[in-house]
Design a binder for this molecule. Structure first.
Ligand code: NAD
Length: 289
């Protein structure tokens, strides 16, 4: 019998749709309030990957009609000065979204810095108030990558009601919030992590499998349930320097019904959802203000 290949979910195309919606909403906001929504990114130090991410965020914001400002601080900036900048941005009414690019240079407490953010401007959704609101099923600013995963799952048309979902990885940035979002859509969610036993058998139970670990091709095609939807969040480089995911793509394609590629799957959705969170934050602050 000929093997059928999974549908490859085109994250770039879905992200383009989200960005077009954001641009439309940002323009409507600017017409109504006389200024564009404002996104401020704090980058401390000269980590090359972070510099690329911040440049991409600035460019994407500009293209969507969002006023993007990057605050680039030297690596040896005292933590108190970073905190002071966050507080200044909290108090500035033209600032709708604040993002602290992680990781901060060693020696800084990321938790202390993130805790200073005004939760209403926390467009990365990492403040404990937003994390708590999400768990309570209330309106929150939700981390961008998990939102992107949900949008890609929705694109497949799969029903999450009663579906078995397995999330591999339990970070505050991806694993935990994506599990909450799946639960909100009535999936039966199991979270797996580095201490999980018999991960292969667990993955085989998943109608929807979301993997956010950071280990190249950890998940084999033979671990995927036939017909499953597979969302691969991982970003790794192979020996040739090529970007690859946490899932063995070719073999998983032979069993899954739909799968995200790396690159071109979840990645493009993260920035798109950041822009969308910024407009959400701008609109909510105006409604409350
Ligand atoms: P993290 O290091 O904070 O968390 C990794 C998780 O994987 C941990 O919870 C750990 O328990 C689990 N884990 C480690 N080894 C495991 C194993 N052998 N079996 C099962 N679980 C294991 O990472 P993160 O911030 O959640 O990111 C995960 C991956 O997603 C990374 O590759 C990162 O680059 C990528 N990422 C991509 C995007 C994007 O936009 N595409 C955004 C964020 C993160």
């Amino acid at each position: 019998m000929a093997k059928e290949n999974a549908r490859v979910i085109d994250g770039k195309a879905v992200a383009a749709k989200v960005r077009a919606e954001v641009a439309w909403r940002a323009a409507a906001f600017a017409r109504k309030f006389g200024r564009a929504p404002g996104l401020h990114v704090i980058l401390v130090g000269d980590d090359p990957a972070s510099q690329v991410y911040v440049r991409n965020k600035e460019k994407a914001a500009r293209e969507a009609g969002i006023a993007g400002v990057a605050h680039r601080l030297p690596a040896d900036t005292p933590e108190d000065d970073i905190v002071a900048l966050v507080r200044r941005l909290n108090a500035d009414d033209t600032v709708d979204g604040i993002l602290v690019q992680l990781p901060l240079p060693a020696g800084n407490s990321e938790q202390r810095v993130l805790d200073q953010l005004d939760p209403a401007k926390d467009v990365d959704g990492l403040h404990p108030v937003n994390a708590g609101l999400l768990v309570s099923g209330r309106k929150a600013l939700v981390p961008c990558t998990p939102q992107g995963c949900m949008r890609l799952i929705a694109e497949t048309g799969v029903s999450l009601v009663g579906a078995r979902a397995v999330v591999v990885g339990r970070s505050n940035l991806v694993g935990k919030p994506v599990a909450q979002l799946l639960l909100r859509e009535h999936a039966t969610v199991t979270m797996a992590h580095s201490r999980t036993r018999e991960l292969d058998a667990l993955c085989r139970t998943a109608d929807v499998l979301v993997v956010a670990v950071g280990k190249a091709q950890l998940i084999k095609g033979s671990w995927v349930k036939p017909g499953a939807v597979v969302i691969d969040v991982g970003i790794n480089r192979n020996d040739q320097g090529k970007l690859i995911g946490d899932v063995e793509f070719d073999s998983a394609c032979e069993v899954a019904s739909a799968i995200t590629p790396v690159p071109g799957g979840v990645g493009p959705m993260t920035i798109a959802c950041l822009l969308s969170n910024t407009v959400d934050a701008a609109e909510s602050r105006r409604k409350q203000g």
